[in-house]
Design a protein around this ligand. Sequence first.
Ligand code: GLP
Length: 261
Amino acid sequence: MEVIIQKNAEAAAQLTAALIGDALRLKPNLVLGLATGRTMERLYGILAEKHQREGLDFSLAVTFNLDEYIGLPAADPNSYRSYMNHYLFNNINIDPRNTHLPNGTAHDLDAGCRDYEETIRDHGGIDLQLLGIGVTGHIGFNEPLSAMRSRTRCKALTPGTIAQNAPQFEKPEDMPKRAITMGVGTILDSRRCIMLVTGESKADIVAKAVEGPITSMISATALQLHERCTVIVDEDAAAKLTQQDYYRWIFQNEPEWEPYR
Ligand code: GLP
């Protein structure tokens, strides 16, 4: 794992967008894993700007989202499909047929989960998986006790996650209590992971995820097993990391990061 501390949320989102832009220029048919949540809103805004101003080309890119609520049709304003259309897909030149999210209204949800895994495999696997972190330490919707080798499946949400996300619903009680999520194993299979975390409300959980013991109680700790995982945090989210000086030193001194300083 490597940790990059940026001054504020804007700089963290800019660096993440720059890395995604580089990956896409290097491989125009990039298979990109995407995340939702408030943290990603600005990042997607920057990617849309890069498309509009710099011609960043998504025409051959393929995307797979981490998760979707069970029971919300794609057209529901609170579905993650609507979120993605609004914040990213409608503002770039991606072919909508190349954008994939789990189907939360499938007649047979388990078969839909198996199909999702198969479609990822058919595309050669995920090149770059973008991740946020929930207050419970989940990645995707891999709530506590998610198996480290879990695949895409249905998952019941914890009261903590429901409390975190319900305010985004017009009627908070309408928030689904279950979701489909890529598994921890699915995420670990991606060739590269970038986790973007900002804000002081995430400082405790980031410290546990990055520096704590690996445990299925906090699925983000599984990223410590990934060979190429970059965690990009702002100073507020980094506040409880014990090795901040070391992480800053690496970023300042490693030639790989030269273009981003
Ligand atoms: C949801 C998503 C997660 C995301 C989390 C963080 O729970 N399923 O993938 O990481 O939100 O959300 P926020 O950025 O709003 O804190």
